[in-house]
Design a protein around this ligand. Sequence first.
Ligand code: MIC
Ligand code: SF4
Length: 756
Amino acid sequence: MAFDIEMIKQVYATMSERVDAARKITGKPLTLAEKILYSHLWDGTPTKAFTRGKDYVDFAPDRIACQDATAQMALLQFMQAGKAKVAVPTTVHCDHLIQAKSGAFEDLKHANSTSSEVFNFLESVSNKYGIGFWKPGAGIIHQVVLENYAFPGGMMIGTDSHTVNAGGLGMVAIGVGGADAVDVMAGMAWELKFPKLIGVKLIGKLSGWTAPKDVILKVAEILTVKGGTGAIVEYFGPGATAMSCTGKGTICNMGAEIGATTSTFGYDESMERYLRATDREDVADEANKIKEYLTADAEVYANPELYFDQVIEINLSELGPLLNGPFTPDLSTPVGKEMAEKAAANDWPMQVEWGLIGSCTNSSYEDLSRAASIAQQALDKGLKTKAEFGINPGSEQVRYTAERDGILAVFEKLDAKIFTNACGPCIGQWARYSDPKNAPKNSIVHSFNRNFAKRADGNPNTHAFVASPEITAAIAIAGRLDFNPMTDTLINENGEEVMLDEPTGWELPPKGFEVKDNGYLAPKEDGSDVVVSVDENSERLQLLAPFEPIGKSIKNAKLLIKAFGKCTTDHISMAGPWLRFRGHLDNIANNTLIGAVNAFNQKTNFVKNQLTGEYDAVPAVQRAYKAAGIKTVVVGDHNYGEGSSREHAAMQPRFLGVAAVIVKSFARIHETNLKKQGMLGLTFANEADYDLIQEDDTINFLDLNEFAPDKQLSVEFVHADGIKDVIKLNHTYNQAQIEWFNEGSALNLIKVQNAK
Ligand code: MIC
Ligand code: SF4
């Protein structure tokens, strides 16, 4: 039986009435995304049509999921909200804080001892406030959610950008910062700008070496890392219905890499099969009763150009396997000859040292079985694998079943390392080197979603390429980046030329899923007597103190850094070794912007302290300004804050005294995170003004006392030579968000409202 089936039934009970009302009001057939959005309005049955890309709308999500690295800050904030229990079903998943080093058994033991303080904290907070807790080793948040909680037509938010994975089961699932999740946990509405809609029509059929992963690698090439910003991507067409549910999950998952708000697919038989296979007959039965409400109206898919803001068509029969990378997930190259040319021209190391299979994107039973079919051939055909294999199963249920069915044994025969059911190398939790900064240049291939510099192993010289699990396996066996399994031969141990056959696998385990201990702990019915303690001397956890409002007088502020080029949340608040401080704001603040490139000297973590004229690390310079009572400004380029949902990237600068972040454009979640923490997130009205900002600038906000929706702000940059430039800045704050700024943070406002 499914978790929270009563909640699901309630959602379905009102769905038809709400969708019918929305159809009437908008006067047109509806996409699936619109059906889900309009049936989850905070105010209930729709009474007005919203303008896409413009109107802020209050929604009522059905559930929330948090992972250990973001849950700490989210729950520390929730604890301040003064509530006895979470208002909607919520779960916490321990997956990010587990290192991949020796293999699952040892690594999990190690994590349980080194991070016990954090795990115990999360467990006791969960127990107290009615939150379901998934222990370390239970699996990666998004696989566990897909297997247990996602349901067609539902809406969820999660404190992780890959929450979107649940679109594979027909949800609108959106990644948010912890403060957004806290609103919903506290029983308030969740606000989102009504998204634009991109339709992706999949015609033809996947076959041979091409996998669902290649669909999203192709979409990433077409739309780039920011092409999906502010939009929901809805996939449809014969190619979509023919694909497995977990394959759909893969596609939705990596929608985060194109900046999409989320991605989704209409309810179909693959979803029904998956629900039944994962012990949720009840959900499948309920969904079948309102089937037509769980997919778009037929007219929409027949004439998509009329109903979506943009339509892309991909013919799966013509799509071949791709490798995306290095250093960005949208740089796409077909396997084989083209890769050979590109790698040579760009000096990418041709030899591949590791093939990693796993992450929330591609760690389903189907993924492991298809990759294992390639690995098995290495054994059968006498091939010695050239690269090493690392495997992270997505959940204990997948791992247990894959072990039972002999899938893991195939990899083990190739000396693969089977790591914990956790994020591991996907988030820099890979103890690959003792000194990653000085590690050699090399290439790796993985089935993950992100490949920013240093992401997997901390080594800036690691060139990481993203591929499907089956291509990852083939390339790991061949050990060459330019290997094309469809045309190239390999020499086996007897000196014979052999070829790899096309992958085969199972969409779902033929003998069904099985698991002994899935790692779930239900919370107490009444948690009021549970005591959550945080040691004052802890270096891992620190209770939060409310932020003081920044105030409307920002004068004589200093430029902290003008960031050059890509500045993702990994650059602003690095993961890897810093994950250990995710519950301690003061300690993690010591990594603030250390990965951002200073536009004036092209160096990282080396900025001028205007008070002394000396260069120093960004956090040190910022702390010096803070000590002197001086506010600061960060300047950045396009898509600033791309990547993760981590609100640390906003809370740390806020904590250290940065007042405003001024950029050419923002990634959605990061912009909201800045607003929630009571900061200014602003964009240049004229992008070229970025070039006017100089290293010694002093900054005066001229009209912040008139801060109002849809009204530009004027800011004066006084350069070292006394010359001034007055620059116009845009913002997207609505009145409620301006209140967050006025109060110091959204959380401060909740407290004020609770006190009334
Ligand atoms: C990631 O993939 O970058 C993460 C780690 O899962 C993040 C969340 C985080 O920073 O904790 C994400 O994608 O939101
Ligand atoms: Fe974990 Fe990687 Fe997925 Fe993020 S992208 S949730 S780090 S597996």
